[in-house]
Design a protein around this ligand. Structure first.
Ligand SMILES: Cc1ncc(COP(=O)(O)O)c(C=O)c1O
Length: 393
């Protein structure tokens, strides 16, 4: 099986598994316990907190472990908006999000809206970028929080987050960025970005599923969403997922060490993939900004061939790729990201996302194109014939 769906999830790195095993087998203590068993688990969490902080240029006390990227996004939005209403006078009740955020942000924003908060949505350009001037026009004295992702999961576009954050700050608003897809693929430095809150997920960086973090500056007021204990500096109660957190730390350290080597190698393979697709398949469309994007992601439209059928046919040939984003799979809806970029629903539903990773080889890239060429031709022919029949009847 050739796996080209690393934006959906990544395989657990063997070194990460090794780091986790002692915390599944031996160190079973509760990290809140004062005895030796508890303290062994605590030390594992402390090390992981340092490793995760180092991945994003933050300090240890700024890392709050969560159950993943979705919870980190939810905590950022709910926590800041609720605290802002309680603390600011007059109350800041407005939240700004871009239209291409992950559903963890968009659906939580809609839920806040239903509860009386004001939500404003930023449009993106045809290349999938947020225009800083659009934010400047929207942000105001009532804005409590702006949330714009660092890298998009569907098309890989990298947003001008540093500039956006400084625009938000000029109006006294906080800035959150979802860096779930960016971490491990580009250098992420909270200081350079100037953001107040940043979401991460372990399973996108060759760590375990079900663990992530919200990294937040010490002066950010945050209303906890899970109460009932003093864990995570009272920002998120509950006995910690010790082995998961240890794995996240190991994955973060590995990601930092390997970035310089992995990123250019993977980007060269992705460029080769796009070149081969353009050469071998007529009328391929490439979505997303050509420069400002992740090096591992290719979002390609094959007009006239249904995306789901393409995925299933590639799967039969041993290749795992995705239609739109994994979180949207199961639903036959065009990706909201492509829609926001002005791509027609028809083309969006004929779009595949290839996301390459650490193990991807040149043979994998050549193989998937080889497998795709006859499938696209067959599906296009079938859909043209169906169109002819409709026209004749
Ligand atoms: C940009 C982005 N944010 C958040 C998430 C959610 O992360 P998790 O799966 O850890 O909840 C994902 C996962 O697809 C993502 O791509």
């Amino acid at each position: 099986m050739i796996y080209l769906d690393h934006n959906a999830t990544t395989p657990l790195d063997p070194a990460v598994l090794e780091a986790m095993l002692p915390y599944l087998r031996e160190h079973h203590g509760n990290p809140s316990s004062v005895h030796a068993a508890g303290q062994a688990a605590r030390r594992g969490i402390d090390r992981a907190r340092r490793q995760v902080a180092e991945l994003v240029g933050a300090s240890e006390s700024e890392v709050t472990f969560t159950s993943g990227g979705s919870e980190a996004d939810n905590l950022a939005l709910a926590g800041v908006m609720q605290a802002a209403v309680a603390a600011s006078e007059p109350a800041r009740r407005e939240l700004i999000v871009s239209r291409i955020e992950h559903p963890a942000v968009l659906e939580h924003a809609a839920a806040l809206e239903a509860r009386g908060f004001v939500v404003r949505r930023l449009e993106v350009t045809a290349a999938g970028l947020v225009d800083p001037e659009a934010l400047r026009a929207l942000v105001c004295e009532q804005t409590a929080l702006v949330s714009v992702m660092l890298a998009n999961n569907d098309v890989g576009t990298l947003q001008p987050v540093a500039e956006l954050a400084s625009i938000a700050h000029a109006r006294g608003a906080r800035f959150h960025t979802d860096a779930v897809q960016a971490a491990g693929k580009v250098a992420v430095d909270m200081g350079a970005l100037g953001v107040d809150l940043l979401s991460l997920s372990a399973h996108k960086i060759y760590g375990p599923k079900g663990v992530g973090a919200l990294v937040l500056r010490r002066d950010v007021a945050l209303e906890p969403q899970v109460r009932g204990g003093a864990q995570e500096m009272r920002r998120r109660a509950g006995t910690e997922n010790v082995a998961g957190i240890v794995g996240f730390g190991a994955a973060a350290e590995l990601a930092r060490a390997r970035l310089g080597e992995d990123a250019p190698r993977v980007a060269a393979l992705r460029d080769r993939l796009e070149q081969l697709l353009a050469e071998r398949i007529p009328s391929v469309t490439f979505h997303g900004d050509r420069q400002r994007r992740l090096g591992n992601t290719a979002s390609c439209g094959f007009a006239g061939a249904a995306g789901e059928a393409l995925v299933m046919n590639l799967d039969l040939g041993g290749y795992c790729v995705s239609v739109g984003s994994a979180c949207a799979s199961g639903k036959r809806e065009a990706s909201h990201v492509l829609q926001a970029m002005g791509v027609s629903d028809e083309l969006a539903l004929s779009t595949l996302r290839f996301s390459l990773g650490r193990q991807t080889s040149a043979a994998d890239v050549e193989g998937v194109v080889e497998a795709l060429v006859p499938v696209v031709a067959r599906l296009r022919e079938a859909s043209a014939r169906a169109g002819d029949r409709r026209a004749a009847s």
